[in-house]
Write a protein that binds this ligand. Structure first.
Ligand code: GUN
Ligand code: FE
Length: 425
C-alpha cells in the first residue's frame, strides 16, 4: 500500500555545500518513507493527505556521524591532556578490553545508542571493540532503536597489549561470522570491516578481512594519517609502500568496496590522489584532533579536489557525541588554519559544515542526508523558541541552533520515514 504523509514547517537543508535551500512554511511530501516532493503551497488535490503541522519549527535532515568508537563511551572527558599514541595505551585500550564482559557491554552500549538518539544522530558508522559477542550486542541494540548504523568488530592482532590482542585466524573468523549473521538481518543496521589502523593489523589479517570485504561486498572503515608518529611507524612497518593509504590499498581495503578513512590530516598530494581516484570518503573529526593534539585537516583542499568529506565525533578522542558540536569545531579550526597559514584555504562556512554532517556523510548510506526527491526521510524537528527571537531568517535560526542549541531543542526524530522514540532499554 502506498502511503503519503505531508510535513509542514520551515524546511532547510543543503543540496550542495555552497548554500542552504530554504522553504519557509513549506510542505514535504513523504511517500513510503522517501521524499517525494516539496511544495510551498498546498493545492486542492493535496487535501486527501494526512498533514502533520510543525508550525514555526525547523525541519532539517538528521545528523550523520561517520566515525565514533562505542566502547570508549565511558572514557568521555578523560585523558584529554595526552597525545594520540599514549592516549591509546593509557585510556582507549584498557577501556575497550572491558567489553569481554557482556554485562558491562550491555550497560555501556545502551547508553551509547540512547545518546546518539538524543543528539539527533540518525545514522552512524561505528567502531566496536575486538569482541565478537559485544559487537553483536551493539548491532542488536541499534536494530531495536530504529536508528541506522554500520557497526564493525575491530581487528587488531599486532603491536597491541596482551590483554586485547587477537589471534590472527580468530580475528578473521569472528569477522566473517558477524558478516554472515548480520548482512541481511536488518535494512538499517549493517556490518562493516574495521581494521583498527595499520600499526595494529598484520598483513595476514588485512589480507583475510580484505578478502571477506570483497566476497560479501562489505564496506570498510579505518584510520589514516592522523598523527606524525603514527605515520612514521607505518613507514617503518611497510617500507614497501610509498604512502600510508597504499598499505590498505594493497589488501583491498581502500575503495574496492565503499570505504571510510578517519582523519587524513597529513595526507600527501599522492595519498589525496589515491583517496580521490579510489572514491574513498574522508572523515573530519575536529574535536578529537584538538583533544589528542593530532593536527588540523586541510578540509578545503580535500573539497577542492572533489573528495567527499563527512564529519565524525570520534568519541572518546572527541569528547561529545553531538554533530552540531563537531560542526562548530570544524568551522573554528578552519579559521585557525587560515589565520596561521598563507591564507590559501578560506575558512569553512556554516553551510559547508552542515552539508558535511548531513548530505556528504549520508552518501555512505545511499540517498540520505537531504530532502531532494528520492531521499529517505531522515529528519529532525527543531523547536528553537528557547534560543532567542524567531524574527530571524531560517538560515540564522539554524546557525543559532547549531551553535547554542542542544538535544532539548529536538522535538522529533525520523529515520527512513519512521518516527523514532527514545529507545526503551
Ligand atoms: N587510531 C587507532 N585507534 C584509534 C582510536 O581509537 N582513536 C583515534 N582517534 N585514533 C585511533
Ligand atoms: Fe577514531
Amino acid at each position: 500500500m502506498i502511503s503519503t504523509v505531508v510535513y509542514r514547517g520551515n524546511i532547510i537543508f543543503t543540496k550542495s555545500s555552497e548554500k542552504f535551500t530554504v522553504i519557509e512554511n513549506g510542505y514535504i511530501f513523504v511517500k513510503n518513507g522517501k521524499v517525494d516532493k516539496i511544495k510551498s503551497e498546498l493545492s486542492k488535490e493535496d487535501e486527501v493527505y494526512e498533514i502533520i503541522d510543525y508550525k514555526d519549527k525547523l525541519i532539517i535532515p538528521g545528523f550523520i556521524d561517520l566515525h565514533l568508537h562505542a566502547p570508549q563511551y565511558a572514557n568521555l572527558g578523560l585523558g584529554m591532556d595526552k597525545q594520540l599514541l599514549e592516549w591509546l595505551d593509557e585510556y582507549a585500550f584498557p577501556e575497550e578490553s572491558k567489553f569481554k564482559d557482556l554485562m558491562y557491554t550491555e550497560k555501556v552500549y545502551k547508553k551509547v545508542v540512547k545518546e546518539l538518539w538524543r543528539c539527533g544522530t540518525t545514522r552512524s558508522v561505528v567502531f566496536g571493540s575486538v569482541h565478537k559477542d559485544a559487537t553483536k550486542i551493539l548491532m542488536d541494540l541499534f536494530i531495536k532503536s530504529g536508528l541506522g548504523a554500520f557497526v564493525g568488530k575491530v581487528n587488531m592482532d599486532r603491536n597491541s597489549p596482551d590483554y586485547i590482542i587477537e589471534d590472527t585466524q580468530k580475528s578473521i573468523n569472528d569477522t566473517e561470522e558477524i558478516v554472515c549473521e548480520y548482512s541481511n538481518k536488518s535494512r538499517l543496521v549493517k556490518p562493516i570491516i574495521t581494521p583498527r589502523f595499520v600499526p595494529s593489523c598484520s598483513s595476514q589479517v588485512m589480507q583475510g578481512i580484505g578478502a571477506i570485504a570483497k566476497k560479501y561486498n562489505i564496506p570498510v572503515q579505518s584510520h589514516l594519517s592522523e598523527n606524525i608518529s603514527e605515520i612514521q611507524w607505518v613507514k617503518e612497518l611497510h617500507p614497501e609502500c610509498k604512502e600510508y593509504g597504499n598499505v590498505y590499498n594493497k589488501f583491498g581495503l581502500f575503495g574496492e568496496v565503499p570505504t571510510i578513512m578517519a582523519h587524513c590530516i597529513y595526507s600527501s598530494e599522492r595519498e589525496m590522489n589515491l583517496i580521490k581516484n579510489n572514491g574513498v570518503i574522508a572523515v573530519h573529526c575536529p574535536t578529537s584532533n584538538l583533544n589528542v593534539a593530532t593536527g588540523i585537516m586541510p578540509v578545503r583542499k580535500f573539497m577542492e579536489k572533489g573528495i567527499t568529506v563527512g564529519l565524525g565525533c570520534d568519541i572518546s578522542g572527541g569528547h561529545k557525541i553531538s554533530i552540531p558540536n563537531v560542526m562548530v569545531a570544524a568551522v573554528q579550526m578552519s579559521k585557525m588554519k587560515w589565520l596561521e597559514s598563507d591564507k590559501t584555504y578560506k575558512p569553512l562556512t556554516t553551510a559547508e559544515v552542515f552539508y558535511m554532517g548531513t548530505k556528504a556523510g549520508g552518501k555512505f548510506f545511499g540517498k540520505v542526508g537531504s530532502f531532494e526527491e528520492g531521499y529517505e526521510f531522515d529528519a529532525l524537528i527543531i523547536d528553537d523558541s528557547s534560543l532567542g527571537d524567531l524574527d530571524r531568517t531560517i538560515e540564522e535560526r539554524l546557525q543559532r541552533y547549531i551553535y547554542i542549541g542542544d538535544d532539548r531543542n529536538i522535538v522529533e526524530r525520523y529515520v527512513a520515514g519512521q518516527k523514532i522514540s527514545e529507545p526503551k532499554f
